[in-house]
Design a protein around this ligand. Structure first.
Ligand SMILES: Cc1ncc(C[n+]2csc(CCOP(=O)(O)OP(=O)(O)O)c2C)c(N)n1
Length: 617
């Protein structure tokens, strides 16, 4: 294979390549991505699906001036390879290396940072609005997947695009998959468009022919709308929901056919107003294990990375099945993540009690409130960081009306390679601020299982349970059968310091206490289990005669530690947690060590604190 990829130092070079060279380039990009990501881990299948689309975009648009806005951004590995980051590609998702998502501070070609889904249309529309006000003529493109299109935010953007009628191109990358199979009415509509006889025309080479015929605009200066109708005369596009939104629809286009793609993009570029190009791709394209198993290849861990497995997720899954067996009103809701959240087993066993609502966290929460008031016991399983999107619903629909809903928040705490968009470090401060909402943080899988059982046995109001990614700590604790709201447990006795540690930090606290013991500092470790209502009286009693330290894998600002400090105004309290800055990507172990939240970091901080403040304590 000729080495084209290694000669692309500027994305502007791509438009100068012949079609044959671009086809070879696509093969090289796939080879590079598969080689690196199978080793380091990352979002493999989605990136493999957009290789031709990325090349076509860089052929038709100028990323130095035009604005290409990617949705989610997990599919931007080809983009990174072609926009000046090829030599760093092997560092992707590692500490100090490239981010796994677009970042404005990583490259001038990443015009909008992302990681959470469905932001691209809104952001692109904003770029278009700014361009119009400034009198510019750059092109603006949003690239969004069919899964991400199901979110309210994307539909809000589409609605506004139809109203504003400004020039913007939305590329709908339809691979029929979210992380799992895409679901919902929109997905069915897209499938219907696919089965329209129009789509079969591409088999007859019509789109391809369009790619080879010189563009009408190249031959003469004609009104842009004539270009549009010229394309529409060539292909009768099927009736789509997008037209009803006031957005001109073109498609479906075969997304791995470079000639067809570039031909259509070239023409569509000249059409005024909002345009949607429906591109059909295959997730995992070019790597047969990913093509045949796109769900397990959405994100892979990589040969060089040890996969700890998600023990907490598995325990949640088991506990929920037990509760569901006991109580037929237990129902489960996911926002497009049945596998990641551990709900697949529930879905299989109780299909009628399982709801995958698509990437729609806001809807998931409000829907669950309706289910609750209708007599069900809903368990809404959403990762901590994605719960951020549904914050208003948690307040307005769940807490304000005291809806009995259990929020199961997996991936709470630092998540590692996915980085700042995905760290689950805001849920404590978010949830603590809401009146009437309970929040628990089990320290291990035994406590998690017992909490699920206890909470679902007596679900009287909105309740969150947060638990981390990965394995449970090796340390074994004796745990009571149940933790009624507002009770915690002393897990290590000690006379001088009261170290109040939250969930994942309990085992770390015990380890730090052992280190401190060897330095003559005797530490009691208390697990509050419930962050709200917190075991306030227990904490007040235990604090007598001890210096108080809090420890959490969450933000210090508005976190549990600050809450405890506010309860003990007469005490000086040391709060350990995540400072007021975004936490970068890297291995979880490295990040936790950098934050001084590992055993050594915690014991060092406490030792220092004792040295400065506790001469007599
Ligand atoms: C708000 C939000 N919820 C959930 C996720 C997790 N997530 C990442 S990618 C993805 C599926 C996206 O599907 P699609 O847009 O079709 O892209 P594909 O991976 O199929 O290319 C999901 C659910 C997310 N990134 N953001």
């Amino acid at each position: 294979m000729s080495n084209l990829l290694d000669r692309i130092n500027d994305p502007g070079q791509i438009a100068e390549l012949s079609l044959e060279q671009r086809v070879s380039l696509a093969a090289e990009i796939r080879e590079r991505i598969i080689g690196v990501i199978c080793n380091t881990g990352g979002h493999l299948a989605s990136s493999l699906g957009v290789v031709e689309l990325t090349i076509a975009l860089l052929t038709i648009y100028d990323p130095a001036t035009d604005r290409i806005v990617w949705d989610v951004g997990h599919q931007t590995y080809p983009w990174k390879l072609l926009t000046g980051r090829r030599e760093l590609f092997h560092t992707i998702r590692q500490s100090g290396g490239l981010s796994g998502f677009p970042r404005r501070d990583e490259s001038r070609f990443d015009v909008f940072g992302t990681g959470h889904s469905s932001t691209s249309i809104s952001a692109a529309l904003g770029f278009a609005g700014a361009r119009d006000l400034a009198g510019g003529d750059e092109k603006v493109v949003a690239v969004i997947g069919d899964g991400s299109m199901t979110a309210g935010l994307a539909l809000e953007g589409l609605n506004n695009a139809g109203a504003l009628q400004t020039d913007i191109t939305i590329i709908l990358n339809d691979n029929e998959m979210s992380i799992s199979k895409n679901v919902g009415a929109l997905s069915k509509h897209l499938n219907k468009l696919l089965s329209d006889p129009t789509y079969n025309k591409f088999k007859d080479g019509v789109w391809k022919a369009l790619g080879k015929v010189p563009s009408l605009g190249d031959r003469m200066r004609i009104a842009a709308h004539e270009v549009s109708s010229a394309i529409k005369k060539t292909i009768v596009t099927p009736a789509s929901i997008f037209e009803e939104f006031g957005v001109n629809y073109f498609g479906p286009i075969p997304g791995h056919d470079l000639a067809a793609l570039t031909g259509v993009l070239d023409r569509v570029k000249k059409i005024p107003g909002p345009v949607l190009v429906h591109v059909i791709t295959k997730k995992g394209k070019g790597y047969s294990p990913a093509e045949s198993q796109p769900v397990s290849h959405h994100g892979i861990s990589g040969a060089a990375v040890k996969t700890p497995g998600n023990k907490f997720t598995g325990s949640f899954s088991e506990a929920l099945l037990v509760a569901a067996e006991r109580d037929p009103t237990v129902v489960a809701v996911t926002a497009a993540m049945p596998d990641g959240t551990g709900l697949s087993a529930f879905a299989e066993k109780y299909p009628s009690r399982f709801f995958d609502v698509g990437i729609a966290e806001q809807h998931a929460v409000t829907f669950a409130c309706g289910l609750a008031f209708g007599g069900m016991k809903p368990v809404v399983a959403i990762y901590s960081s994605f719960m951020q999107r549904a914050y208003d619903q948690v307040i307005h629909d769940a807490a304000l009306q005291n809806a009995p809903v259990l929020f199961a928040m997996d991936r709470a705490g630092v998540v590692g390679a996915d980085g700042p968009t995905h760290h689950g470090i805001y849920d404590i401060s978010m949830f603590l601020a809401i009146p009437g909402l309970s929040l628990a943080a089990p320290r291990d899988c035994t406590v998690l299982k017992r909490m699920i059982s206890t909470v679902l046995g007596d679900l009287s109001g909105p309740t969150g349970i947060r638990y981390p990614r990965g394995l449970e700590p090796e340390l074994r604790f004796d745990s009571p059968e149940a933790f009624p709201r507002g009770t915690g447990q002393v897990v290590r006795e000690g006379s001088r310091i009261l170290l109040i540690a939250v969930g994942s930090m309990v085992a770390t606290a015990v380890g730090a206490a052992e280190i401190l013991k060897s330095k003559g500092i005797d530490v009691m470790v208390f697990d509050p289990v419930w962050l709200k209502p917190a075991p306030v009286e227990m904490i007040r009693d235990l604090a007598v005669g001890r210096s108080v330290v809090t420890l959490e894998e969450g933000t210090l600002r508005g976190g549990f530690g600050q809450y405890i400090a506010s309860l003990l105004p007469e005490w000086r309290v040391l709060n350990l947690g995540i400072p007021d800055e975004f936490v970068a990507h890297g291995s979880t172990r490295e990040i936790i060590a950098d934050l001084k939240l590992d055993q050594t970091g915690v014991s060092d901080s406490i030792e220092e604190y004792v040295r400065i403040h506790c001469e007599s304590c």
